[in-house]
Design a protein around this ligand. Structure first.
Ligand code: SF4
Length: 250
């Protein structure tokens, strides 16, 4: 695999709609491909894509199409132009997917150059600890998932998440769990205890699954019960939906 070109879906400017950086303006770099198949996934992770769309003006949706793989020098040039033309607008770069850590060799080569412009935020499914270990020193913020079997359909990831958490603790890390009406109390308790073994102050975000018509797939009472279970174990447990979808942002 080339280390100067990446399989990307899109590069654009928007507002972070999830987690602890909620509301921050970010440059999103969305990587293609994922090693999981979550039931609630809203990304076409198994679909091969020949082109990447790259926004020309931050937040204006004036995309141009680039052939994949995209030369990373083009991403760096875009960052330089946006930082020069729209200084102080962006808080950070969000590496998202798919699963960005599938591209670890490329990240290892390019993270120092990305980070020369803005801090780097990694959004990850939290199951590739060896890949994270190679790049964690060049990452400022991590939002990692713990995939609960009931909502994700992924049933055997607990040990991978545990190993990942141990590496991720070196960065400013928050954990996210997606929940729905099927989520069982023991799942939240197991996730919270796993986090507490590493750092009981690490934030846990409970994100209710949201349908395409914006219906929330768990009751308000169900959400609060899950929060109560985790809050008995962890210091910082928050309920945050995918806010960008409610205000029509990418
Ligand atoms: S980890 Fe994320 S991108 Fe991959 S299948 Fe699950 S929801 Fe989709």
């Amino acid at each position: 695999m080339r280390s100067d070109a990446a399989e990307l879906a899109e590069v654009f400017s928007s507002v972070q709609g999830e987690g602890l950086l909620l509301g921050c303006r970010q440059v999103f770099i969305r990587f293609l491909g994922c090693n999981l198949r979550c039931d609630y996934c809203d990304t076409n992770v198994g679909v091969a894509v020949d082109t990447c769309r790259m926004e020309l003006t931050p937040g204006r949706h004036d995309f141009r199409m680039l052939a994949n793989p995209v030369d990373m020098q083009q991403v760096i040039a875009l960052l330089e132009r946006w930082q020069g033309g729209w200084p102080k607008v962006h808080h950070s770069i969000s590496l998202t997917g798919g699963e960005p850590l599938l591209h670890v060799d490329l990240l290892h080569a390019w993270l120092p150059r990305l980070r020369a412009h803005l801090p780097v935020h990694l959004e990850t499914n939290g199951v590739l600890p060896a890949a994270l270990a190679k790049v964690v020193k060049e990452i400022d913020y991590i939002s990692m998932d713990i995939k609960l079997p009931s909502s994700s359909g992924e049933t055997s990831l607990w040990e991978h998440h545990q190993e990942f958490l141990e590496v991720a603790a070196a960065a400013d890390t928050a954990v996210k769990v997606v929940v729905n009406a099927s989520t069982e109390h023991w799942e939240l308790e197991r996730a919270a205890r796993m986090i507490a073994c590493i750092d009981a102050d690490m934030p846990l975000i409970i994100q209710p699954e949201t349908a395409t018509d914006l219906t929330i797939r768990i009751s308000p009472l169900g959400l609060m019960e899950l929060q109560e279970i985790a809050a008995a174990i962890l210091a910082d447990v928050r309920i945050i939906p995918q806010t960008h979808r409610f205000i029509g942002l990418l």
